[in-house]
Design a protein around this ligand. Structure first.
Ligand SMILES: [Zn+2]
Length: 152
């Protein structure tokens, strides 16, 4: 089964590149500036200052994970999300937003519980989930379906 190529934005010149998933591990280079194309391999902390750019510049699926240090469910979901991004490099980017440190973002998106998940496709808001399901498998199915749905 051949997957649709990844669309990856070069972090150096911001050009979009089409990269077959299997080539990602071989250090592909940007078609415009020849910089090595890299994708995030773990969730990235986002702030009010970086949020918009992080969302707009990511052409594939983006998951925003609103969390708090005292939330038990967040601790349960964290390894699951790290595992997901490790299995789908380039296909998924995850932004972590600490709702206490980034109360502006929590307010902007009216986050009232943790974890809350927002999903963007090619920079456009797609769907959100407020509060995590008790069954991790339910979340797994939800996000896998979103990853398999491409808008290209
Ligand atoms: Zn480039």
């Amino acid at each position: 089964m051949s997957e649709t190529p990844l669309i990856v934005r070069c972090t150096n010149c911001l050009s979009l590149n089409r990269v077959p998933q299997e080539k990602l591990e071989r250090g592909p280079r940007c078609g415009s500036c020849k910089n090595v194309i890299e994708v995030p391999r773990q969730p990235l902390p986002a702030t009010a200052a970086s949020f918009n750019r992080e969302v707009e510049y990511w052409p594939e699926t983006l998951l925003v994970f609103f969390w708090s240090s005292w939330c038990l469910y967040c601790k349960i979901y964290e390894p699951l999300i790290s595992d997901l991004i490790a299995r789908k490099p380039g296909r998924l980017k995850v932004l972590k937003v600490d709702i206490e440190a980034e109360s502006y973002l929590a307010e902007r998106f009216t986050v009232t519980k943790t974890p809350t998940f927002l999903v963007y496709k090619n920079g456009v808001f797609a769907v959100r989930m407020d509060g995590a399901p008790k069954e991790k498998s339910e979340f797994q199915t939800w996000i896998e379906n979103l990853l398999n749905y491409t808008s290209y």
